[in-house]
Ligand binder design. Structure first.
Ligand code: SAH
Length: 238
């Protein structure tokens, strides 16, 4: 199977590139103006491609959020025609739903937006996303991955309005890319899943921007290890 991994930050992607033995590939000429970067490799029975959002030309910082994730996924799908798209990265977890630092969730059910509010019939539903996730319960069990509902928004903090929507879907993982990746994957007829490793506890005592960097290393190493396991398991069962 051909698997496209979509990631936001280079720090998150580094251990994944290392563990999967991926090699950088040239951006196709038609995508020359975009900052996204591509890697490729063969992992067991699967061809694995990786697209990383790249850096913002103004600030030099990694591009995060749904805008860059949309362009990344479009580029990856155009370039590689994947069967399965995986949004991989870090997330905020919820202590009240069993979240803890370094735990890795495998997406289940649907992936939602929590910060798009349009109170007009029809548009209200469209704004919430709710894109389908392909479940891999067997693989999840074998690798000890918790099934988690993922919810996406473009802010690191948590507003009361966002919180209401997160609660209404019982999300385990709050992050900033997955729903955008799922939407584009769906347009290209690819299946979608997400692996998200917890860097911070949303309902804990510390602000996410402090916890995030403290735990980034541990969370990304766990993520890379689980992602390698996931890809290897795909070869034998999916
Ligand atoms: N604070 C960092 C920004 C990265 S945090 C910096 O200054 O560089 C946001 C990234 O981590 C996003 O890609 C998002 O998907 C993920 N993330 C981790 N914890 C999150 C949380 N609590 N809420 C939203 N996104 C989170």
């Amino acid at each position: 199977m051909r698997v496209l991994i979509v990631m936001a930050m280079h720090a998150e992607a580094k251990p994944v590139v290392r563990e999967l033995g991926l090699k950088p590939v040239e951006t196709p000429p038609w995508a020359a103006p975009v900052p996204m970067r591509l890697w490729q490799g063969q992992v067991g029975a699967n061809e694995v491609d990786l697209v990383v959002n790249g850096q913002d030309s103004e600030t030099g910082l990694d591009l995060i959020g749904t805008q860059a994730a949309t362009a990344s996924t479009m580029l990856g799908c155009e370039a590689f025609t994947p069967d399965l798209v995986v949004s991989a990265g870090t997330c905020g977890g919820f202590a009240k739903r069993g979240g803890s630092i370094g735990k890795v969730y495998l997406a289940t059910d649907r992936v939602w937006y929590h910060d798009r509010r349009v109170p007009i019939p029809g548009f209200d539903l469209m704004a919430r996303g709710g894109y389908p996730v392909t479940d891999f319960p067997e693989i999840g069990r074998r690798l000890g991955l918790k099934p988690g509902v993922v919810s996406t928004g473009d802010s690191l903090d948590l507003s009361d309005e966002d919180s209401k929507r997160i609660e209404s879907v019982g999300a385990h993982a709050k992050e900033m890319e997955a729903a955008a990746v799922a939407w584009v994957a769906g347009l290209f007829g690819a299946r979608f899943t997400a692996l998200k490793s917890v860097t911070d506890i949303v309902d804990g005592p510390h602000p996410p921007e402090e916890e995030f960097f403290e735990n980034l290393n541990q969370a990304t190493e766990n993520l890379a290890a689980k992602l390698v396991g996931f890809i290897n398991e795909l070869g034998s069962t999916a």
